[in-house]
Design a protein around this ligand. Structure first.
Ligand code: FHN
Length: 475
């Protein structure tokens, strides 16, 4: 009788769920996602394995560095034109001062390599509209500066030489272009904006043709109504770009569907190849959902400065370990971490950035095995730090940021997972004591460290549920 009741209950629940699913009417979206996600091709796999990237914001705004006519503006330096209400002519004339004599692309690329990044994303054109490459479609570009040379080309070559993948940031919002419109209020606006769209398309195809090794595009400035009203255009543009460069990776900010939905289409499906909405923030929860789509968090070192700002005393400057913890959290949740740098107008890096990049690099040199190619380990986050897992391996890394006073680390694995061996990444030959306190639950005992650096403990798992083997391994 009991069995019969249980069976009936299961049938009722299943039927109700099916009815609910049928009732959830999907909207007919014509210009939404057109790719099966998550992408499983080699380019996307490489993007995922890279985990750590360098963001570079560099443009005319690096010259005033947040200061105009003796006044310091605390907002983001690349927005100075807008904050300080600087007229177009004055801003545009910065072009004739742009001559980064200290720009050494080889040194930049070496610094990035030593920091441990596997990819870089550079602003080819930010909201100010200035182009770091000689564009056929505008004079507001590097060619018309005293520097004259193809700066972007030099950059791409140097980074590629170091084995670093290059992506291009491109702002659709353009304060310089006469045809830019925030919204379309008249027939005249409509015609002007169509010209802007053509300009955008021309430049993007130009960038792909000029720099064929480009791996991806990072769109920005796509939040205005004018762009949102042109979902069909951005849909076709993404297709054209990918036809010209198969394997190209595009962030979720590029597109809007025909209803104006951004990042995710009106049915909640991610557009582009990965979610790029995590700006200066990490996922708030440990919800498994974070791990369903590829995603990237972009982060500033100060509170909110992307371009070079002369005065960094205005906000908290994140420490090396604060930033490393963010990188590790991203890895543990299947995300990438893109750390921003804002070079000065002369082409050099500020000393704070140089120091942080060195420190990050030295930690990653020793502990990169817990980052590159790693993913969500399928385990809950613990108070001592984060789990990461090299894809397809029988290894789980514990990346420790908070040492417990007891020196004991509680580890709760999944059914069927047994610890075969545990060791510190810095001392691979010395096993660490593991005590089984309950089924799949362990205490890892470690001598307290000086506590001045995050470290990694590696757990080698034995999947076979053999008690004998297990006991043997732990003695
Ligand atoms: O307005 C920009 C900002 O200057 C910076 O480029 C960031 C980077 O993600 N994106 C915009 C704001 O979302």
């Amino acid at each position: 009788m009991k069995k019969y009741l249980l069976l009936s209950l299961i049938v009722i629940i299943t039927t109700t769920n099916q009815t609910l699913a049928q009732n959830k009417k999907e909207i007919d979206v014509k210009y939404g996602q057109f790719t099966q996600l998550p992408r499983q091709d080699n380019d996307m796999k490489k993007w995922r394995e890279n985990r750590f990237g360098q963001f570079i914001h560099w443009g005319l705004y690096a010259i005033p560095g947040g200061v105009w006519e003796g006044k310091t503006y605390p907002g983001a330096a690349e927005w100075l034109k807008s904050f300080a209400k600087i007229n177009q002519q004055s801003w545009d004339s910065l072009q004739y001062q742009f001559n980064p004599k200290k720009f050494n692309p080889t040194e930049w690329a070496k610094m990035a390599k030593n920091m441990g990044v596997k990819y870089v994303t550079i602003t080819t054109k930010h909201h100010e509209g200035f182009c770091l490459w000689p564009s056929k479609f505008t004079d507001f570009d590097i060619e018309a500066t005293p520097y004259k040379k193809d700066l972007l080309g030099e950059f791409v070559e140097a980074y590629n030489k170091e084995g670093i993948d290059v992506n291009f940031y491109y702002s659709v919002l353009d304060w310089h272009h006469p045809d830019w419109r925030y919204k379309i209020d008249s027939e005249e606006d409509k015609i002007a904006f169509q010209r802007l769209l053509k300009y955008t398309e021309n430049q993007l195809l130009e960038l792909i043709e000029r720099y064929p090794s480009v791996k991806g595009f990072w769109f920005d400035g796509t939040w205005d109504q004018s762009w949102k009203d042109n979902g069909e255009f951005s849909y076709n543009l993404e297709k054209k770009m990918k036809a010209l460069s198969p394997g190209l990776i595009v962030n979720s900010r590029m597109r809007a569907d025909e209803y104006g939905s951004r990042h995710f289409d009106s049915n909640g499906v991610l557009m582009g190849d990965y979610e790029s909405g995590y700006e200066r923030r990490l996922p708030a929860s440990w919800d498994i959902k974070v791990t369903e789509n590829d995603w990237e968090c972009c982060m500033t070192i100060p509170y909110n400065q992307w371009g070079y700002h002369k005065d960094w005393s205005i906000s908290h400057i994140k420490s090396t370990y604060e930033l490393l913890e963010m990188l590790v959290q991203c890895t543990s949740q299947n995300g990438n971490f893109l750390l921003n740098f804002g070079p000065k107008g002369d082409g050099s890096f500020r000393k704070e950035e140089a120091k942080i990049s060195k420190e990050i690099g030295s930690w990653i040199k020793a502990n990169g095995a817990a980052i590159y190619g790693c993913e969500y380990a399928g385990l809950e986050k613990q108070s001592w730090g984060y789990y990461t897992k090299p894809k397809g391996s029988n290894i789980i890394n514990m990346v420790i940021f908070n040492e417990p006073i007891s020196g004991e680390y509680r580890v709760k694995l999944k059914k069927g997972q047994l610890i075969k061996n545990a060791y510190s990444l810095s001392k691979k030959n010395k096993s660490i004591k593991v005590v089984e306190v309950a089924k799949q639950e362990y205490l890892i005992k470690i001598k307290k460290t000086k506590g001045d650096e995050p470290f990694v403990i590696v757990l080698e798992l034995e999947k076979k549920d053999s008690k004998k083997l297990h006991q043997k391994a732990l003695t």
